[in-house]
Design a protein around this ligand. Sequence first.
Ligand code: ADP
Ligand code: MG
Length: 271
Amino acid sequence: MALQTSSLLVSVQDVSMIYKTKDSRGQALETIALKDANLEIGTGEFISLIGPSGCGKTTLLRLLADLIQPSKGSLLIGGKTPQQARESRAYGYVFQAPALFDWRTVQQNVMLPLEIMGFSKEERITRAEKMLKLVGLEKFARNYPWQLSGGMQQRASIARALAFDPQLIFMDEPFGALDEITRENLNLELLRLWRETGKTIIFVTHSIPEAVFLSTRIVVMTPRPGKIEKIINVDLPQPRNFDTRETPRFFEIATEVRESLRHGHGYEEEV
Ligand code: ADP
Ligand code: MG
């Protein structure tokens, strides 16, 4: 198991999340978004959360990022509470939509978190340059986001999440809106970046091949209520490349993921 060779970074213990809202008639409504989740992630792992819409993937990331508080259980990041981890900038967050500011150049977008954190101008420029190079956008530093393709915009938001050098990165379906070819290229780039930087990544996806290709382990989640169905170890050798997707082992693991997704999903729920 990966955890024996690396130190524990993220721990999720018996975590449940119940959203309390009201329906259109003002009736109280409770949604169990996550039920009794347990998960341990070691430093340097690449973890994918996979499952159908509504199974609590974003909820789990938001709990870790201290954007919401659990109804039950505890979460720790490097021994800190999510609030302490947020205050010490222990992680970066990449959203499904690139969320770049249109009136700022790519470089200025990448420098934004550094500005907020009070880095000197010189340091901001040096770091932005390094990060843009890492994601292959150094030639586009002075362009505006709307002048870039969707894939390039997502690379810019990855550069922004990496700018202050957090050990941990959360990525919520970052490539979900992209075409398959762009997505496969970005998958490869992301793996290279992960190898070169030694970051720990928690990545949300709907795509079985994407999860298998990228991950060291896959957390299969099922809905109603959202729960962790199974954790699958991906023993494909590193570094992975385009040929990895053609190997028998790749298909075996993809089948295992597909079957556990199906297992947690009753037929009557196929609407
Ligand atoms: P996923 O990211 O896997 O699609 P989410 O974590 O976004 O799932 O949502 C899990 C469940 O919680 C869904 O049923 C969703 O409708 C519900 N939910 C998510 N956010 C809220 C919220 N802010 N208020 C009420 N219900 C929510
Ligand atoms: Mg989501």
